[in-house]
Design a protein around this ligand. Structure first.
Ligand code: NAD
Length: 424
């Protein structure tokens, strides 16, 4: 990503600080009780383990792995597991805190957590990944639990890893508890609609934002960064809603076509090309650092954190940014985007569709009764529209950005929970 990867590294250690900066601003606006701010400025529990794993060549590799629980005030903690080389304690803390706020914005009965393993899944065999994942599940025996801490997929993980974790967990505790993890494959207790849910939430939020700005979706253009779980489903669903998706990009290539990319073709291409866009001929390849600044109505960053910074923010031409990724915008870029009048639908609202359908999966697991995909999607869309409406109302009431309004929406709920539960 050219210059942005340098910036990613430069801001690497500051991700949790950037959560706290936004938390502080929102807290001041609503005069949050200082004791609540103090509690939420810290993580409740942080676990770091070393996992020795036998590699295919017979050597032992030791992997660093984390689980951070930020808050359990509203309910058991919920949050994904990330496999990536840049996983570190600061990043996991930030992601855990975002989960607390995200679950509160979506009005789910959960607190927030996140986990991660420092590894490069693309360079590991399936057998190595399975042994690593099972070792992680074992290490988290007393952390995970259906009413305690419920993980899910994130970057670098999918239903496959969730299946290994639930299997390992069930063996350890001696009973079948599918609700200990969400994002599972359908045949072992996953929910219909879960895989596409985060992208669906991005689509619903985009349509809500377009309506507020009185832009006809059928005349709108979109650019999507990231073509993994979130980006590919978001691009497909926006395309299906009639938006012209003029550019898509992943770590291998960025593809531009001002006449619109056929997303069905792109999906078919990546399914046969090791999930990467490089070589896709439905547009022409452009340098990846140009993707975010292309002319468009809607920009969806759905890959990495810290990609919108003070250097590229002044050049962004989109009218709306819908944050599919967690933390794609640095705090210093927020001010620039606000001054330019760009509406930013923030991550803790825009990508909350995933955890919302994870919640539905957990409810279905607990009830042992499963819903149709239409039912899941309908319930999801209602939750998303309600959350968008609440955040919009707080934005107008407090005259703040949509991001700060989303934190305000979350804090109003969490403050009550912290005070109801009390202190030592
Ligand atoms: P994924 O691993 O499925 O896909 C990541 C995508 O990002 C891939 O297409 C990859 O090629 C692309 N990418 C990586 N490096 C890039 C680069 N330098 N430039 C452009 N593209 C690059 O991950 P995902 O699950 O889609 O997650 C993406 C983001 O969404 C993350 O921030 C994640 O935390 C967030 N998120 C995911 C979910 C979910 O349900 N999966 C839910 C909420 C938020």
């Amino acid at each position: 990503m050219g210059s942005s990867s340098t910036l990613t590294e430069a801001h690497h250690e500051n991700l949790f600080a950037s959560v706290l900066a936004r938390l502080q601003t929102a807290a001041e606006k609503i005069q949050l009780k200082p004791q609540v701010l103090k509690v939420l400025s810290n993580c409740q529990k942080e676990i770091k383990v070393s996992l020795p794993v036998v590699m295919d060549n017979g050597n032992i590799e030791v992997f660093e792995a984390y689980r951070v629980i930020h808050s359990t005030h509203v309910g058991p903690s919920k949050g994904g597991i990330r496999y990536a080389m840049d996983v570190n304690d600061d990043e996991v803390r930030a992601l855990a805190a975002w989960m607390t706020f995200k679950c509160a914005v979506a009005d789910l009965p959960y607190g927030g957590a996140k986990g991660g393993i420092k590894c490069d899944p693309k360079k590991m065999s399936v057998g190595e990944l399975e042994r690593l994942t099972r070792a992680y599940a074992k290490a988290m025996k007393n952390v995970f639990g259906v009413n305690l801490d419920i993980p899910a997929p994130d970057m670098g993980t999918s239903g496959r890893e969730m299946a290994w974790i639930v299997d390992e967990f069930n063996k350890m505790i001696g009973e079948d508890v599918p609700g200990v993890i969400t994002g599972k494959p359908i045949n072992i207790g996953g929910s219909l609609g879960r895989e596409a849910a985060t992208g669906r939430g991005v689509m619903v939020n985009t349509l809500q934002a377009l309506e507020k700005l009185k832009i006809d979706p059928k005349k709108a253009t979109a650019v999507v960064q990231g073509f993994g779980n979130v980006g590919s489903h978001a691009a497909r669903l926006l395309f299906e809603q009639g938006l012209k998706v003029v550019a898509i990009g992943d770590h291998s290539a960025s593809i531009y076509n001002p006449n619109g990319i056929n997303i069905s073709d792109a999906l078919q291409y990546v399914s046969k090309n090791n999930r990467v866009l490089k070589g896709f001929t439905g547009g022409h390849e452009i340098p990846s650092d140009q993707l975010l600044t292309l002319p468009c109505d809607v920009l969806v960053p759905a890959a990495l954190q810290n990609v919108i910074n003070e250097h590229n923010a002044p050049k962004i031409q989109a009218k709306i940014i819908v944050e599919g990724a967690n933390g794609p915008t640095l705090p210093e870029a927020d001010d620039i985007l606000n001054q330019k009048g760009i509406l930013v639908v923030p991550d803790i609202l825009a990508n909350s569709g995933g955890v919302t359908v994870s919640y539905f999966e957990w409810v279905q697991n607990k009830a042992g009764f499963y819903w149709s995909e239409d039912e899941v999607n309908q319930k999801h869309d209602i939750k998303m529209k309600t959350a968008f409406g609440k955040v919009w109302a707080n934005m107008e009431e407090y005259k703040v950005s949509m991001r700060i309004a989303a934190y305000i929406t979350a804090l109003k709920k969490i403050e009550k929970a912290v005070m109801d539960k009390g202190f030592y």
